[in-house]
Design a protein around this ligand. Structure first.
Ligand code: CMC
Length: 429
């Protein structure tokens, strides 16, 4: 039986259909609202608006649940690999052994970027942020595939998906090498996805390099935890840009740029810088807490709070648990981990954070692990982008396949001047 919500406006009653998701989430369908009533809804920040129906990722923010295609994130983080999870997100099912082998083969075969692209790196100053390089390189990839840029041709899209997944890791590793003045290391195709990335990051031509299995396992886990998060800012950007029928590379490059912001993926870099500042201030976490509570300070506790999670962020819990184990296995002691733990403890006892339901998010502990792996702080958000790419791809593909085909185009309520006549410059005050 269809359900409706009733809306009374100007003495008339309108029936608005209720849509129910598979996990019983409810939405009021307002798609015909403006046509029927001439009213729009106002929801800045989109905290109450669903932009699509999707079967990729489910989040219950009150219970701290995150699932990709129905599989709990905790199980995937423990048992899956990043390549397998990427397949799951993009194609909707866990691959069979043959499907996984074929997918791996595609990712391996396309790991090189066009040799001409190496010259692009020379144009950036050595201080360039790797997110600036990553976004423009990904956009530049579009120039090499002019025959495959039609978002409505599934064959063309199928060619591009594994290529983007494979090449982004090469682009990211090269940008690191360039920033430290080392020669780029070409991919080694006998290695799996994560091992190959670490090899390109840390090997040098002058000596042998063995990829550490513990690092590979850890990287798989971190990338899986970041792989999708339904309609967050960068994913919504990918969908919005894609809705104009912009090509896949342009859409993904836009997502990378949205991710860069400190309220989103850029937070992992800022967490580390915040912890370093606290360390320089004799480890005084109270000062950071007081500053975060002071609205005039302009400072927020980075890695804390989330639009959707109001209980705990399940990704942060997995990472926090892994932190001690991984650092011990890597034989590392990091004073910043101790500071992070003390900061969390102090915040979770403070009524400001408790009342606002602010908990550590995915970015709070991930940086500590990346640091232990030897990944420099400016690369942290690039790591987030590598992880999030399968989600962006899956959402972009789903939007074109199942969406309504309309360009995303929000409305507004105009609050400016009403009509007035043009004043010649001599008469203006
Ligand atoms: N430190 C201090 N106060 C905070 C924080 C924080 N980290 N986060 C939220 N608040 C306060 C905020 O000032 C507001 O207070 P009041 O009600 O008195 O005005 C209240 O909590 C609600 O905050 P909001 O800004 O309305 O919440 P939001 O859902 O719009 O923002 C957020 C979510 C993640 C942008 C925000 O919590 C934040 O800026 N956190 C720090 C940055 C961060 O860690 N970002 C990573 C997010 S997780 C990974 C990802 O998605 O990229």
């Amino acid at each position: 039986m269809s359900e409706f919500a009733e809306l009374k406006l100007d003495g008339k009653t309108y029936k608005l259909p209720i849509i129910t998701g598979t996990e019983d989430e409810k939405a009021i369908d307002i798609r015909k609202l403006r046509a029927e009533t001439n009213y729009i809804t106002l929801d800045s920040g989109y905290g109450n608006s669903g932009s699509c129906q999707s079967s990729i990722t489910f989040i219950d923010g009150d219970k701290g649940i995150l699932r990709y295609r129905g599989y709990p994130i905790e199980q995937l983080a423990e048992k899956s690999t990043f390549t397998e999870t990427a397949y799951l997100l993009v194609y909707g099912k866990l691959p069979t052994a043959t499907e996984l082998a074929d997918f791996r083969e595609m990712l391996t075969r396309h790991s090189l970027i066009h040799e001409d692209m190496l010259h692009f790196y020379d144009g950036y100053p050595s201080t360039a942020h790797p997110m600036a390089i990553l976004s423009s390189m990904v956009c530049s990839l579009s120039s090499y595939y002019p025959e495959w840029l039609d978002p409505h041709d599934q064959n063309q899209v199928n060619q591009l998906v594994p290529r983007v997944l494979s090449k982004i890791r090469t682009i990211a590793a090269y940008s690191f090498k360039k920033s430290i003045g080392q020669p780029v290391i070409y991919p080694k195709n006998s290695l799996d996805y994560c091992a190959n990335f670490l090899y390109m990051m840390f090997a040098v031509p002058s000596e042998p390099y063995e990829v550490d299995e513990e690092m590979v396992k850890t990287l798989n886990m971190l990338l899986i935890l970041h792989a999708d998060h339904e309609q967050n800012c960068s994913t919504s950007t990918v969908r919005m840009v894609g809705s104009s029928d912009a090509n896949l590379f342009a859409s993904i490059a836009a997502g990378i740029l949205a991710l860069w912001g400190p309220k989103h993926g850029g937070a992992n870099q800022e967490v580390m810088e915040m912890l370093e500042t606290i360390q320089r201030n004799d480890g005084d976490v109270k000062k950071a807490i007081e500053m975060a509570k002071d609205k005039n300070s302009g400072f927020r506790l980075m890695g804390f709070g989330h639009r959707v999670y109001k209980n705990h962020d399940p990704r942060a819990q997995v990472i926090k648990k892994a932190c001690d184990r991984i650092l011990a296995k890597m034989n590392r002691v990091d004073p910043l981990l101790e500071i992070a733990k003390r900061l969390e403890e102090a915040a979770l006892k403070d009524s400001y954070f408790v009342d606002r339901k602010l908990y550590p998010n995915v970015d709070f502990y991930s940086g500590v692990i990346y640091r232990a792996m030897g990944i420099p702080t400016p690369m942290f958000t690039v790591m987030f982008a590598l992880g999030r790419l399968p989600g962006w791809l899956a959402q972009w593909v789903e939007m074109h396949r199942d969406g309504e085909g309309r360009i995303d185009r929000p409305r507004q309520i105009y609050k400016g001047e009403t009509v007035r006549d043009y004043t010649p410059i001599a008469q203006r005050k």
